[in-house]
Design a protein around this ligand. Structure first.
Ligand code: SAH
Length: 327
């Protein structure tokens, strides 16, 4: 598929795309869905991304940071739920320096569970250390490959550095996840096609696509739009272009549509990341408003998502779900 073909698929409203993506998913990934327990362990962030509610300029948010023991008890809950992966996600919080992350990894690796880190841009040496202590995967969305848009949304950040982080992660042997936001102000369909081609060029092992949702305490507060259908199209094209990668049905999809994750699972996705963060912290990890399940306990999320998956005739995998694993 070239850029023109991708653009045409994204611009069309033909539902056949979703059917095609679902067929590809069936052939390459089968019926098994991988559950990755998400632990939102700090909402403290030094960055200022214009779309994100955790941006440091947002003073209207109560900040928190989990202790190491709290993180480990979340990990234990993931193990008890049968999850084979934990995802440690947070703002860019310098308190969690390389030593602290490595200490955590050492403790988590006592359990038979894969670890995904999603803690933003770090140096090559830090990524190397994390790998040494057992980190398996890393999630770092490029957010957008439109350099002008990237600059506007992250005035103090550097697109090239973010891209370099992704290439460093790949070269260090991480299963590398990336992705983009869909529906950002002034984002074009052409640039979304470039995003998809970037994922392909990077040889990403995982691609997470989510609709941009305007957050009231950010400079983009007024940019409200319904980006669900376009996000789903970007995701479906990713599946067709990269048949064997892991693709999550993102939480933001469900925030935009009831059953958004199920719709995504029927349009190419094969991964779900249930929120395993303790209830008292959930509402504070407000990257965008109206996040689902902020008043639900982790145990409730475990059961609820399981039921939903079984109700559409899919199965829950008991493997770690690396890109090339076969269930
Ligand atoms: N600090 C980490 C984790 C960021 S939070 C990092 O830099 O990778 C995870 C993702 O949430 C981001 O990559 C971004 O794509 C998404 N996100 C942030 N604000 C959002 C918004 N307003 N709407 C939808 N998704 C958002």
């Amino acid at each position: 598929m070239d850029k023109i073909q991708i653009v045409n698929l994204l611009k069309s409203s033909d539902k056949e795309l979703f059917y095609m993506a679902d067929e590809v998913r069936k052939k390459t990934k089968g019926e098994y869905i991988h559950l990755r327990g998400l632990i939102e362990f700090t909402n403290i962030c030094k960055r200022d991304c214009f779309y994100c509610g955790l941006r440091c300029e947002n003073k209207n948010i109560e900040r928190y940071r989990l202790t190491e023991d709290e993180i480990i008890s979340c990990v234990k809950r993931c193990v008890a739920a049968g999850y084979k992966t934990v995802v440690l996600q947070g703002g860019e919080d310098d308190f969690f320096n390389a030593d602290k992350i490595c200490d955590l990894l050492k403790r988590i690796k006592h359990y038979d569970i894969a670890v995904t880190l999603s803690i933003g841009e770090r140096t090559y040496d830090e990524y190397k250390e994390f790998k040494k202590y057992g980190a398996d995967r890393y999630l770092l969305r490029i957010e957008t490959t439109d350099r002008n848009l990237y600059k506007k949304l992250h005035p103090k950040m550097d697109f090239d550095n973010r891209a370099e982080c992704l290439y460093n992660l790949k070269s260090l042997g991480y299963e590398t996840g990336t992705g983009c936001l869909v529906g950002l102000p002034n984002q074009t369909i052409e640039s979304l096609a470039d995003d998809i081609l970037f994922f392909k060029k990077l040889n990403a092992d995982m691609v997470g696509i989510g609709p941009f949702i305007a957050h009231p305490n950010t400079p983009l507060a007024e940019e409200k739009k319904d980006n669900f259908d376009l996000s789903l199209r970007v995701m479906a094209v990713c599946r067709i272009l990269m048949p064997d990668i892991n693709i999550p049905a993102t939480t933001a999809m469900e925030t935009m549509r009831p059953n958004g994750r199920i719709i995504a699972l029927n349009s190419g996705a094969n991964v779900v990341m249930p929120n395993m963060t303790e209830i008292q912290y959930r509402s504070k990890y407000e990257i965008y408003p109206n996040k689902i399940c902020v008043n639900e306990s982790p145990d409730k999320c475990v059961n609820c998502i399981k039921q939903k998956i079984l109700s559409i005739g899919r199965k829950i995998s008991s493997s770690k779900g690396f890109r090339f694993d076969v269930d």
